[in-house]
Design a protein. Structure first.
Length: 410
């Protein structure tokens, strides 16, 4: 709404006629003004009624609203963007159920389409898909960038993907011949903050070991955060995250039950079943340390049933369990002086332990880890590992030697 119009409405209370249509007076003018919502262009239209009385101004406003409505093309429901968006969402749900599509991708599409503040449906819902052009999408993205300048490039690309997904559905239904061009936002690759460890840094600067030491001290001292005591379980969660590649989410780490765990001896480790993680269902092979943590969990809870959770099993609400650990971990970071990664300036959080796990495998394997296997195990992609982890790690002597070698000779 123009600032002048908003000021006028603030000073003289608008008289609502019906939704999206009202009249008001502007200071210094004897005439009433009409304000009507233009759904096609997603903005208000303002004009003078030329009337000085409320009764006549109402009549003029209704005529103005009707004229504006008639000027807009009435689109059959079967050709609207909303119609094909709903079809695309239903198709995505079926594909997830059949195991043919990633659950996270479908959730991202729902978020982009149905956001109550700026979602694609709010902007394009009633529009005719046959008349949507590249300029329409560009105008929308420009509006979005101005309204939400903090929106990341990856989020913008998710919105673009959801938009194209709807138009592909219209194409597959034979309503449009092709999908219009939608320029992809350029992404800036930022390194993920992780806890530095030896040999990436000196033993004296090993942030990962400092974190473990501080966690043990808090448990020994009986430190309480919001009335809940910190125990050795916090330290075990740190170790588990750094050696299992799972995400610290209510649907991954905190969803694990004893029935989801298989102990392996050759090689030593655990096989975890992540049933509804960020990237859907996957099996995860852990490092040996995670198996040691699990042994301590079994000793801590010798009578645990298969359906009991691994961490904080006394809390059936997994969101509550996650919040307790997040608060304790935030206090731990303060105590250890590790609130920020000194190299990137970014804040550390529980997710930093997953990043640490991936970096440890890349470094401690001496350059021999299969990145495809690592990506599959971590529920991510080779592209993500190369962009956000591998290329930002320092070249250790082992990696340098591996790079310079000509392979093993028999």
């Amino acid at each position: 709404m123009p600032k002048a119009v908003k000021k006028a409405v603030d000073e003289y209370a608008a008289i609502k006629i019906h939704r999206g249509l009202s009249i008001y007076k502007v200071r210094g003018s004897q005439f009433y003004y009409v304000r009507s919502w233009d759904s096609e262009n997603q903005r208000y239209r303002v004009a003078t009624t030329g009337e000085t009385t409320t009764i006549e101004a109402r009549k003029a406003a209704i005529q103005f609203g009707l004229k504006l409505l008639k000027s807009q093309d009435q689109v059959d429901r079967q050709y609207t963007f909303r119609h094909f968006a709903l079809l695309a969402l239903k198709k995505g749900e079926r594909q997830v159920a059949d195991g043919d599509r990633n659950h996270g991708t479908v959730k991202a599409n729902e978020w982009a389409l149905q956001n109550a503040d700026w979602g694609l449906l709010k902007r394009f819902g009633p529009k005719d898909v046959r008349k949507i052009r590249t300029n329409d999408f560009n105008d929308y993205m420009e509006f979005l960038s101005k309204r939400h300048p903090d929106l990341s490039q990856s989020s913008k690309n998710s919105i673009m993907s959801a938009f194209r997904n709807v138009l592909k559905m219209a194409r597959d239904e034979g309503v449009v011949d092709d999908v219009i061009d939608t320029p992809r936002a350029k992404q800036k690759d930022n390194p993920r903050p992780f806890f530095r460890f030896h040999p990436v840094c000196s033993e004296a600067d090993d942030a990962y070991q400092k974190l473990l030491t501080a966690a043990r001290e808090m448990a020994t001292e009986g430190v309480a955060v919001r009335g809940i005591a910190v125990t050795e379980e916090l330290r075990d969660i740190i170790l588990f995250l750094a050696h299992s590649f799972v995400r610290p989410l209510a649907t991954e780490l905190y969803a694990l039950k004893h029935s989801d765990i298989t102990v392996s001896d050759k090689p030593r480790g655990l096989v975890l079943v992540v049933r509804d993680g960020k990237t859907g269902y996957r099996a995860v092979n852990t490092m040996p340390t995670a198996a040691t943590v699990y042994e301590r969990i079994r000793k801590r809870h010798p009578d645990a049933a298969p359906d009991d959770y691994l961490f904080l099993p006394q809390y059936r609400n997994r969101t509550t369990a996650a919040q307790i650990i997040q608060r304790q971990f935030a206090e731990l970071l303060k105590r250890a002086g590790l609130e920020r990664d000194v190299h990137t300036g970014k804040k550390h959080e529980l997710y930093s332990l997953r990043h640490t796990a991936i970096c440890m495998r890349l470094v401690n394997s001496h350059g021999k880890v299969n990145i495809y296997t690592l990506a599959k195990n971590a529920g991510t992609s080779v592209d993500q590992i190369e962009r956000f982890y591998a290329k930002h790690l320092p070249m250790t002597p082992e990696l340098w030697a591996n790079l310079a070698s000509f392979g093993e000779q028999g």
